[in-house]
Design a protein around this ligand. Structure first.
Ligand SMILES: [Zn+2]
Length: 308
């Protein structure tokens, strides 16, 4: 069977779409429970905690302006912003520039004053690359009209990146599901990262080559449809511009027991059907040691088609 058709049939059989959002720039979506404000992440309410800050359901750095939640208190907001969301921001930094994702202060500019190069988004949507001399940050293949960038990610803790992706899924959960993730919520707030029950499979990242709108964000939640089957209970599917992340949302009480064989399943076929050149990689994101100076290699053609 064609692998994409197989994946579609697999997910139709085993998973239910809990919810899905296509975020449109300029349109506000506010997630709320309806009752008094209680923080989903620390279970506290006013006046013990305040809810004055904008709580972005998906970090603003990833291009989300309009989707907010009313159930993240200011203290948790600041805590996540200075810990795991910082890991996610540093890890995604070069890709956010290359994909022209418009964050809090516009598309991030990458530069190195000492070596004299700069990559930034111009007035339009094109990417401007300037340099004083050819440097290891990129190589140009004039015959094929290709530029290969070798860009450093900011310092990050891999498990922190994973937790920040899981946190997006936890924020998007309908209230009725939250009790299935109590341990997961504690885990993402915990500065101690390791917990083998929470890291059961890699984060899957699919890159769809080609030019795409950097402001496009789609998020979906999948939940296992049958109760007694050896598959993960829930996933977040998050697409931002050309990239899609499939992230398991661990629920130790509902996921298969730890001692059963590793689960084999196809990648969720979002986007793949539209472009069979898509490339999927499995990212461990399971180490709790800080990583510095990791280099991301990306190839772009002059017309801004991108490949990793
Ligand atoms: Zn809180």
């Amino acid at each position: 069977m064609d692998p994409i058709e197989y994946a579609k049939a697999y997910y139709l059989q085993h998973y239910t779409l809990l919810n899905m959002w296509n975020l449109t720039p300029g349109v506000r979506v506010v997630l709320e429970n309806g009752g008094p404000q209680v923080c989903r992440f620390c279970q506290r309410s006013a006046p013990e905690v305040t809810f004055r800050l904008k709580a972005h359901a998906i970090p603003e750095a990833l291009g989300n302006k309009g989707m907010l939640s009313r159930y993240e208190c200011d203290e948790c907001n600041k805590h996540f912003g200075s810990t795991i969301e910082n890991d996610l921001g540093n890890w995604t930094l070069p890709m956010r520039t290359l994909l022209r994702i418009y964050g809090k202060n516009g598309v991030p500019t990458l530069k190195n004053e000492r070596d004299g190069w700069r990559i930034e988004c111009g007035d339009g949507t094109e990417l401007k690359v300037s340099h004083n001399r050819v440097d290891s940050v990129f190589e140009v293949d004039e015959a094929q009209k290709l530029i290969r960038f070798n860009l450093k990610r900011g310092p990050f803790v891999p498990l922190g990146v994973r937790k920040a992706l899981v946190k997006i899924g936890l924020t998007l959960l309908p209230e009725a599901e939250v009790s299935n993730f109590e341990e997961t919520i504690k885990w993402i707030r915990d500065p101690q990262h390791s917990n083998e029950r929470m890291v059961r499979m890699p984060v899957l990242r699919t890159l769809m080559p080609g030019s795409m709108n950097g402001q496009m964000i789609t998020a979906a939640l999948l939940r296992r449809s049958q109760p007694n089957i050896g598959l993960p209970y829930a996933f977040l599917i998050l697409s931002i511009a050309n990239e899609t992340y499939q992230v398991m949302l661990p629920s130790p009480q509902l996921d298969p027991p730890l001692d059963i064989a590793p689960m084999q399943m196809p990648v969720f076929p979002v986007g793949l059907g539209q472009n069979r050149d898509s490339i999927c990689v499995a990212l461990n994101l399971s180490d709790s040691e800080r990583v510095v100076d990791e280099v991301l290699s990306a190839v772009m053609s002059y017309d801004a088609r991108i490949q990793i």
